[in-house]
Design a binder for this molecule. Structure first.
Ligand SMILES: Nc1ncnc2c1ncn2[C@@H]1O[C@H](COP(=O)(O)OP(=O)(O)OP(=O)(O)O)[C@@H](O)[C@H]1O
Ligand SMILES: [Mg+2]
Length: 312
């Protein structure tokens, strides 16, 4: 079963169409990343899924329930770790967690057990009895994230969970996301960190100007992107003039460009068979190859190509 089904979802703020008729499904247990430049509509989408704002049109089904009809049933299944820290400053970390568990009518001993487990997972157990106002922003953010998990939600929405965190705390948060996802929780994640997406996401949706440009696995994205232009770089034992290199490789079918960057030769081509031909030619001509690399695009390069923006 799909955990989430979204159909033709649209949200307008006055003249701005923040989310423009998007459709996607998220499978049960999947980690689904929503990426895109600033203002793409990621947070607006997350807020609609979390029932914080109402769409203008479209449908959202969560675990089979139509969201607009069954808000209450759906809310208990969802956890939202948003950009904003929502905690009581004068309460301790533990009191905050127990307070939010109370909102979900969790039995006290179960809430206590879950709070302990989560505090330990984000390395905050020893700070449990300190009030939030004494915490650094990274510590607050960790508590804010586990607050969203206290009621064992089946789906967790993370909106830029590692924004402005130091590398070590980011790692703790990433490990937490990985762990709950591995245990079967469905995760939707927005982030500007492509490494995070590469490490965590099963599938990726790239958004721009309220629309989804593509939904795909990382592998598919790379292969499809790669299909359009492939590249091999070669280093030879001795220098060859570019004209000679062009004479050798430029004549092969589907070779589009041969260039030289100091001692590195770059051959761009468009068909998988060409790689075989290039290698055959190297052998036939007895070219002394010192090293060679085929090129795989990074998610960052794909992002830039598709959106026209850097991922920040
Ligand atoms: N409450 C609001 N009122 C008016 N406009 C809004 C509101 N919330 C979002 N917008 C607009 O909707 C568009 C999408 O915003 P959104 O916050 O969803 O983008 P985002 O993809 O999360 O961007 P970022 O990467 O910067 O977090 C933007 O043009 C934004 O200015
Ligand atoms: Mg956002």
């Amino acid at each position: 079963m799909n955990a989430i089904e979204v159909k033709n979802l649209t949200k307008r703020f006055k003249s701005v169409t923040a989310v423009d008729s998007i459709s996607f499904d998220v499978k049960n247990g999947e980690c689904f990343a929503l990426i895109g430049p600033n203002g793409a509509g990621k947070s607006t989408t997350i807020k609609m899924l979390a029932t914080l704002i109402l769409p203008n049109s479209g449908e959202i089904r969560i675990m089979g329930h139509e969201l607009s009809h069954e808000k209450r049933a759906v809310r208990a299944q969802i956890g939202l770790a948003s950009e904003n820290v929502i905690l009581y400053e004068r309460l301790t970390a533990l009191e905050n967690l127990l307070f939010f568990a109370g909102l979900y009518h969790m039995p006290k001993n179960l809430a206590m057990q879950r709070a302990e487990e989560l505090l330990k997972l984000v390395e905050m157990w020893r700070w449990r009895n300190k009030t939030i106002d004494t915490f650094s922003s990274g510590m607050k953010k960790r508590i804010n994230i586990i607050r969203a998990l206290i009621h064992y939600p089946k789906i967790v929405l993370f909106d830029e969970p590692t924004l402005a965190l130091d590398p070590q705390t980011s790692l703790i948060v990433r490990n937490l996301i990985k762990r709950i996802n591995d245990k079967g929780t469905t995760v939707i994640l927005t982030t500007h960190l492509m490494k995070e997406v590469e490490n965590l996401a099963d599938r990726i949706a790239i958004m721009k100007s309220g629309k989804i440009l593509i939904i795909s696995t990382l592998e598919e994205l790379k292969t499809n992107f790669d299909n359009k232009m492939k590249k091999i770089t070669l280093k030879l034992e001795y220098d060859l003039p570019i004209e000679s290199v062009r004479g050798i490789f430029g004549v092969l079918e589907n070779v589009k460009k041969v260039s030289k960057n100091s001692d590195l030769l770059e051959i761009s081509y468009t068909s998988s068979d060409t790689l075989e031909e290039i290698i055959r030619t190297i052998t036939e001509k007895h070219l002394p190859v010192k090293s060679f690399n085929t090129y795989t695009p990074t998610l960052e390069e794909i992002f830039i190509k598709l959106t026209g923006h850097k991922p920040q």
